[in-house]
Design a protein around this ligand. Structure first.
Ligand SMILES: [Mn+2]
Length: 362
């Protein structure tokens, strides 16, 4: 599923290096974007949550993003911004004392700093540097460890390595930082490559985690920080649909709930449905049958179901059963139910039993 299959040994080397480190410094590239900031803060918070005794110093050699471009609730206080001479001296000291250093979202120190004095110091430190990057550039062969995987964001790698694989405890700050990074580099999942559809699942996991701690506006805050022109209601409905996503083998489905009947216009509901069908569900490689349920704006207790399939699976059969129609791979129907969730459950059950053989094989 994830991109790290080939990195299993490296991940376990990484764990012993971290366990033996008392002081860790983290760098990212200049002109930091949300993924750079998110990856750096996520790593810093994850390391701290795992071992509160370790001294972590995240360093930037220029100013941070403007406050309006940081999601509300994400704290940048731990980052040391080193612009003045006195700051760079402190950074040099931290570097010389460090047991371990990380570069995230970049793979060499010349992307980290311009100042030749400090670059010269850093260039001598690859032997204690771990690189976590997602760009094509090869990185330094002198690095202690290098995770260089070409995926959509560096933040998703941080999540895979530390949370999914090494089981470091997630915190509100690290979850928020990872989401900010993923959503920044993928522009709210719009530019998520086809073979990385599993990242939508990561987003859903992170949102459920954050909803437990502080329910509500997480995604809106991120969209706002990314300056994306989506109405708050659209973002919020999108978030809900991602959280409602259920996958069973090759079957996936979700729903947009009745809350959005008054908040969204008919064309917005339609756009959102298409976005979820074509930009997310269709791109999930393992998924062969998928659907989205949305409320009918004019008729109470009436829900519209859009069904899609890949290959030889005929979803028009199920649409016909409910008085709808369509083609083998794209069909739709309307059903009556007490809520969008009930309509979703009815469909999920129908599709699970109709396509049992296909669905349970993955
Ligand atoms: Mn990036």
């Amino acid at each position: 599923m994830s991109s790290l299959k080939l990195y299993t040994d490296l991940v376990h080397n990484l764990l012993s290096l971290i366990n033996n480190a008392a002081k860790i410094v983290i760098f990212t590239h200049q002109h930091p974007d949300p993924d750079a900031i998110g990856s750096m803060l996520a790593l810093s918070n994850l390391l701290k949550a795992k071992n509160s005794n370790v001294v972590i110093t995240p360093v930037l050699f220029e100013s941070l993003l403007p406050k309006s471009q940081i999601p509300q609730g994400l704290s940048l206080d731990s980052i040391r911004v080193a612009r003045k001479e006195s700051d760079t001296k402190k950074v040099k000291k931290a570097v010389l004392e460090a047991d371990l250093m990380f570069i995230v979202d970049a793979s060499s120190y010349d992307r980290v700093v311009d100042n030749p004095y400090i670059l010269q110091v850093l260039d001598q430190m690859y032997h204690k540097t771990i690189i976590i990057d997602h760009h094509k550039t090869g990185g330094s062969k002198d690095a202690l460890l290098s995770f260089n995987v070409q995926v959509a964001s560096c933040a998703q790698l941080v999540y895979e390595i530390f949370v999914k694989t090494l089981k470091f405890p997630l915190t509100t700050q690290s979850a928020l930082a990872i989401l900010f990074g993923i959503m920044g580099d993928t522009q709210m999942l719009r530019f998520l490559p086809t073979n990385e559809s599993y990242v939508a699942q990561y987003v859903s996991e992170l949102l459920s985690f954050l909803d437990k701690v502080s329910p509500g506006r997480v995604l809106q805050n991120i969209a706002k920080a990314l300056e994306l022109k989506l109405s708050l209601h659209m973002v919020s409905a999108f978030k809900e649909a991602i959280s409602n996503l259920r996958v069973n083998g090759a079957l996936a489905g979700t729903f947009i709930s009745d809350v959005y009947k008054s908040a969204l216009k008919d064309n917005e509901l339609g756009d959102l449905r298409l976005f979820i069908l074509y930009e997310i569900l269709a791109k999930m490689e393992e998924i062969k049958v998928y659907f989205v349920v949305r409320p009918d704006l004019n008729k109470p207790r009436r829900y519209s179901v859009s069904l899609r399939s890949k290959g030889n699976i005929d979803v028009s059969l199920i649409a016909q059963k409910y008085g709808g129609g369509g083609h083998k791979n794209a069909a739709g129907c309307d059903i009556n139910a007490d809520s969008a969730k009930d309509a979703f459950e009815i469909m999920f059950k129908e599709l699970s039993s109709l396509f049992e053989d296909v669905v349970s094989h993955v």
